[in-house]
Design a protein around this ligand. Sequence first.
Ligand code: PPS
Length: 296
Amino acid sequence: MDVNEVKIHDHDLVPHKGFKLINGTHDPDDVDQIYNLETRDSDVFVVTYPKSGTIWMQQILLLLEAKGDLTAISKHLNGDLVPWIEVYGQRQMFITAPSPRMRVSHLPFQFMPSALSQKGKVIYVARNPKDVLVSYFYFHKVANMLETPTDFNDFFEKFMRGDVFGSSWFEHIKTWYSHKDDINMLFITYEEMIQDLHSAVERIALFLGKELTDEELADVVKHSTFNNMKNIPQANYEQVSSELLSHHRGRFMRKGTIGDWKSHFTVAQNEMFDKVFHGEMAGIPLFFVWGIKDIA
Ligand code: PPS
């Protein structure tokens, strides 16, 4: 099934084994089977909580594979070339797909192929959760399979309760991070990529064992900057039907920066967020960049 075949049933989230799936996009029985998939050494899974840089990483993987040649990847949507493994029908296609199989996923660790502990690689992209929340708020207005929030506060509360597809941001990152040594995983942040995209792409290429010339690497970087990606229709999913995405209400390449939360959070929301963050992340050695000035 390609992206355009996803059916809009209603806005229901389907609770499944402690995680919330989207009705019509995911099938719980199918998702359960992902755990049993055989993996290959050449498999690459990009794992993210929604709105953390999934499409950005799809673009980088595709460009690394094409040695920086944008025209080689321009005919299809990023999500058709590097699909979400949990979208209904994709698991079956994965089984027979030729190598290298590159996939993205928003699933928590416990649903992913157990064989990843033996074969295959994972790139986990983390983003500071305040910016994730804001980006996800706007995406709910665009994506017709997700309920449009009444207002920002309504969405803020849903996000904090984990009452969204992806469930709790805190649980997602903590479970994946706690398994980082059990699998072959590169942990990278959205903010590191913003700060120095060239170094990030070099790290990703090294992790994947891709050998590119300096010129090819520079092309990968050039075609994955926000300014260039915002003009690439397939990276913005512009070909996806208006039944699925209300394109007039927003874009995938929206702001592409760090700290947009500062123009959205009230003082009270920020205090509440910090309190929850510090409680949930106590003892976890992860540090986030919360504003663009922090890296300038
Ligand atoms: S999704 O729907 O979960 O797949 O969305 P995802 O791709 O994970 O996240 C979308 C946000 O990533 C931003 N983005 C980028 N930022 C900087 N540089 C590049 N090249 C880039 N590509 C995507 C995109 O703009 C969304 O963030 P916001 O804050 O909404 O702009």
